[in-house]
Design a protein around this ligand. Structure first.
Ligand code: MLT
Length: 407
């Protein structure tokens, strides 16, 4: 019989979000009266902009006509959309040949892991979006979990003690470094100086940065870089993955992109962009043409205005959650909450408590689902992540319930 991929047997837990959903279902089954509110997975809740929906609907109806029909498109994405992304988000930083359209950042991260294979060393911010680590384990770039983390992964603690920016001196030469800013889960958003440090380190040490910018649209502080390509030197050491999910509510619609610079090279001098093109043409068949029409609408004047309003709505939710966690009740519990106003997550430390224990208590006492910090890595222990994605009325109700929490 065929042997199981050892990557799967090395994974010590199920993927974080299905595990949370399982606990929620179990709780709901035994407490049918509970009106559960989710501040857990970062899932958008507000309706699509009519402007975007109209563009997708028009395109879909066009497909039912001889003039409007099209079959397979370019695997790299619609040329107009590639150009528009380059113009709107990367003026003088990237051109269309470096933009690859996809079905989302998570899927691109998984495909990127096939690009580097099993022999690459990996470093992650700790805590980190679980796909970086779990995906590395699946492809064999990381081994078994020895109780403190997976072998082959360098964990870079990002805590209140280092202002959530890692000590890079622990990273070995020729390492693939995953870096997310605005960060999921801590919300920390790297400054220009911090990113310059990261880029200089990568260039000096043969590292490649996988820069996850999926929350770029939440950055409101104009001094903070929205893309790593604002940083001199980034084009020789970084790939950026990005997404329409959070800015325009495409979590279900599915659309993302990656920027793979033409200057980026492997050790043998070959082009990363060319291999990425091979990955996309071989393992992917292009994003939905209907959805790409929606992506184009999201990037015109009306679309960008709607994007800002939608993100502002969630940022306002974040402020309400932060104010609740700063309240008297949480002070008594010794809770310290972090919210930068440049990302959708509020990250809160419950000193002396285990994350899952607090998760269970909040679910049981407030009927609110959160995300346990330990699910993002060892340094997330004792933290809880609160997502600001939700209808305002639900956020307000969740805040009222949370303000009465006793542990
Ligand atoms: C999260 O909640 O961390 C993310 O929204 C999940 C995802 O984007 O895959």
């Amino acid at each position: 019989m065929i042997k199981r991929n050892t990557g799967f047997s090395n994974l010590t837990a199920g993927y974080l979000f299905p595990e949370i959903a399982r606990r929620r279902r179990e709780y709901a089954a035994s407490h049918p009266e509970a009106k559960i509110i989710s501040l857990g997975i970062g899932n958008t809740t507000e309706p699509l902009s009519k402007h975007i929906a109209q563009a997708m609907s028009d395109y879909a109806l066009g497909l039912a006509t001889p003039e409007g029909y099209s079959g397979y498109g370019d695997e790299q994405g619609n040329t107009e959309l590639r150009q528009r992304i380059a113009e709107v988000f990367y003026p003088n930083m990237a051109d269309a040949s470096e933009v690859f359209i996809s079905d989302g950042a998570k899927c691109d991260i998984a495909r990127i892991q096939t690009l580097f294979g099993r022999d690459v060393k990996v470093a992650v911010q700790d805590p980190a979006y679980p796909v970086y680590v779990d995906g590395s384990v699946v492809v064999g770039a990381a081994g078994a979990n020895n109780g403190t983390g997976y072998e082959g992964i360098t964990y870079l603690p990002c805590t209140e003690d280092n202002d959530f920016f890692p000590d890079l001196s622990k990273v070995e030469k020729d390492t693939l470094i995953y870096f997310c800013s605005p960060n999921n889960p801590t919300g920390a958003t790297a400054t220009r100086e911090q990113l310059q440090k990261l880029v200089d380190f990568a260039n000096a040490n043969g590292c490649i940065i996988i820069y996850d910018a999926a929350y770029f649209a939440f950055i409101r502080d104009p001094s903070l870089p929205k893309t790593i390509f604002e940083i001199p030197g980034a084009k020789t050491c970084a790939i950026e993955v990005n997404s329409f999910s959070k800015p325009v509510g495409f979590t279900g619609v599915r659309l993302g992109w990656s920027i793979v610079p033409n200057e980026l090279k492997f050790a043998d001098g070959s082009s990363v962009n060319k291999d990425w093109n091979r990955v996309m043409t071989t393992l992917f068949n292009g994003a939905s043409n209907i959805v790409q029409a929606g992506g184009l609408a999201a990037l015109d004047e009306q679309g960008l205005k709607d994007m800002k309003e939608e993100v502002d709505y969630y940022l306002e939710n974040g402020k309400l959650i932060k104010a609740t966690l700063d309240g008297e009740n949480f002070k008594k519990l010794g809770v310290q909450a972090y919210f930068t106003g440049n990302g959708p997550y509020v990250w809160a430390k419950f000193p002396g408590k285990k994350s899952w224990e607090v998760f269970d208590a909040i679910l049981d006492k407030c009927h609110v689902v959160t995300t346990p910090g330990s699910g993002f890595g060892p340094a997330g222990e004792s933290f809880i992540r609160f997502s600001s994605f939700g209808h305002r009325a639900d956020i307000e109700e969740a805040c009222t319930r949370l303000s009465k929490l006793e542990l």
